[in-house]
Design a protein around this ligand. Structure first.
Ligand code: GLU
Length: 515
């Protein structure tokens, strides 16, 4: 009897990388576990976990994942997000600015001139932000906060009462900050109530995996990639990530942006989250802190990950694929429609009158410009342009007037632009149609797929250059498909051409005047 040996799963390269970084940095014993909140001093300096979750929910983890610790300052961007959605950006900005402070997280200062806390990522700004979360019906402010954090983590979170009590007993520096805010009329509620809510939010228990889910939620436009729940609006995510990028790492924020280049936030219990927008969230947990209050191993791991995976947001490698996937003409790019020899000759001789541009990826502002140049360059002898959107994932609405303008410019030159593969982009088609209708121009002719657009363009060339215009039967002897076949068969059979068949062009818009 043959025995099947257990097969070890091949380790993914991402998992292998995390394991290597964990091995490399586990031996780094630099830094001190925070002790100014007495309960935090109980943490072991050896606890060390790394988690990376992609925006579509793939999870890679190594080390200490189950151990729970308090979220501390990583709560700050989350409460800021809640405040933005609760009362709106304009109102929030009346209480807290978005300027990097260059000062320690617990500095007792306000911005000279405005008398506002510098940003929501330092204690003064965070305490002000917490005060903006008001009761909603019967739901108390802290319940609102905890329920938002739980949606971020994708599970019901709880508070570590021991840490809360410990900080509540000793947190006089934060009380001093709150009184300063009260004195500057930034706080209108009672100092004790606000600091209690603030201490509670900082004492929310999470593990390293939870932090990575929170980071991945910020990476995936505010949708938790594990639960599928939308936790934040997209515009809120942008505001939160911006302030994390400039202020998230306390007085080391500039250094961090320079070397790691990711929006991030750290907490004094030893957690760090970092986000590559649209792609992934990272969390590291390791309690020993550097002089800025950031986890020593956390900073090192993020530096290495950023370097090895090219995550820096300013990285020149970070370029979208070119929007023009191919540029050809009807001389090389034919429809599947089989044509008689003389029509093929027309296409060979005049196919260059039809420019065929296949687009791909995400069409953002700069892509709109590139497409315009590809379509409008050297228009001599070019009468048609087919723009195929089938491989386009998304079109930014800012591109609508740019494409509309290129269609107009092409028409002014006496040509016609047609679109194909628009099924995934109904809004774009609609908006271009509206823009043209506003100038009393007909809708752009649109085809379900590139093949139909090519076939239509070929028909135009054939009509223009005197091909067989009558629709109906073509003797098989004249059909290209039979040119290599035996002569007897050619005479015997005929092929019905497709254009007259109902439903063949289901997506063609009503005819355009004069064409
Ligand atoms: N609860 C802590 C404090 O206010 C949070 C500080 C931090 O994590 O940076 O002191």
């Amino acid at each position: 009897m043959t025995q099947t040996l257990p097969r070890s799963e091949p380790t993914s390269p991402v998992q292998a990388l995390l394991e290597r970084l964990h091995d490399t940095h586990a031996g780094n014993t630099a830094g001190e576990v925070a002790s100014y909140i007495p309960e935090l001093a109980l943490a072991s300096p050896d606890w060390f976990g790394i988690s990376l979750i992609t925006a579509d929910g793939s999870i890679y983890e190594v080390g200490e994942m189950r151990h729970e610790f308090t979220i501390q300052s990583i709560s700050k961007p989350l409460t800021y997000a809640l405040a933005l959605e609760a009362i709106g950006e304009v109102e929030v900005r009346k209480y807290v600015d978005v300027e990097p402070s260059g000062e320690a997280f617990n500095s007792i200062t306000l911005q000279p001139g405005t008398n506002l806390p510098l940003n929501p990522m330092v204690n003064a700004g965070a305490i002000a932000t917490t005060s903006l979360i008001r009761p909603k019906g019967a739901t108390a402010p802290f319940e609102r906060i905890l329920s938002e954090y739980s949606a971020f983590a994708g599970r019901q979170l709880e508070v570590d009462e021991a840490v809360f009590e410990s900080e509540n007993k000793t947190g006089n520096r934060n009380r001093a900050i709150a009184y300063l805010l009260k004195n500057a009329n930034v706080l209108d509620a009672e100092v004790e109530d606000i600091v209690e809510t603030y201490f509670r939010q900082c004492s929310t228990l999470v593990n390293c995996h939870d932090l990575a889910v929170i980071a991945a939620t910020l990476a995936s436009t505010g949708v938790n990639p594990i639960t599928g729940e939308r936790v934040l609006r997209e515009d809120t995510v942008r505001s939160v990530l911006s302030v994390m990028a400039s202020c998230g790492m306390y007085d080391a924020a500039g250094d961090w942006l320079y070397s790691v280049g990711l929006p991030a936030k750290s907490g004094v219990a030893g957690g760090i989250i970092a986000i590559l927008p649209g792609q992934l969230g990272i969390a590291v947990y390791s309690p020993p802190l550097d002089v800025h209050g950031n986890s020593v191993r956390g900073v090192k791991v993020c530096e290495d990950l950023s370097e090895e995976l090219h995550l820096h947001v300013m990285s020149p490698q970070r370029r979208p694929p070119p929007p023009v996937r191919s540029a050809s003409t009807c001389a090389e790019h034919h429809s599947k429609h089989l044509r008689p020899v003389e029509e093929q000759e027309i296409l060979r001789d005049h196919g260059s009158e039809v420019r065929v541009i296949e687009l791909q990826g995400e069409i953002l502002f700069a892509a709109g410009e590139l497409i315009t140049r590809a379509v409008l360059k050297d228009l001599d002898g070019v009468n048609y342009a087919v723009l195929d959107f089938a491989a386009v994932r998304e079109i930014d609405p800012v591109v609508v007037p740019i494409i509309s303008h290129l269609v107009d410019a092409f028409e002014e030159n006496g040509g016609e632009v047609v679109f194909s593969g628009m099924t995934g982009h109904p809004e774009f088609t609609e908006e271009i149609g509206n823009l043209r209708a506003a100038s009393e121009l007909p809708r752009v002719r649109t085809f379900v797929d590139l093949d139909l657009a090519l076939e239509w363009s070929e028909d135009q060339l054939i009509q223009r250059w005197g091909g067989n215009e009558e629709k109906g039967e073509i003797p098989i002897s004249r059909h290209a498909a039979t040119q290599d076949g035996p002569g007897a068969d050619r005479e015997a059979v005929s092929i019905v051409r497709a254009p007259g068949v109902p439903g063949r062009h289901p997506d063609i818009r009503p005819g355009r005047p004069g064409r």
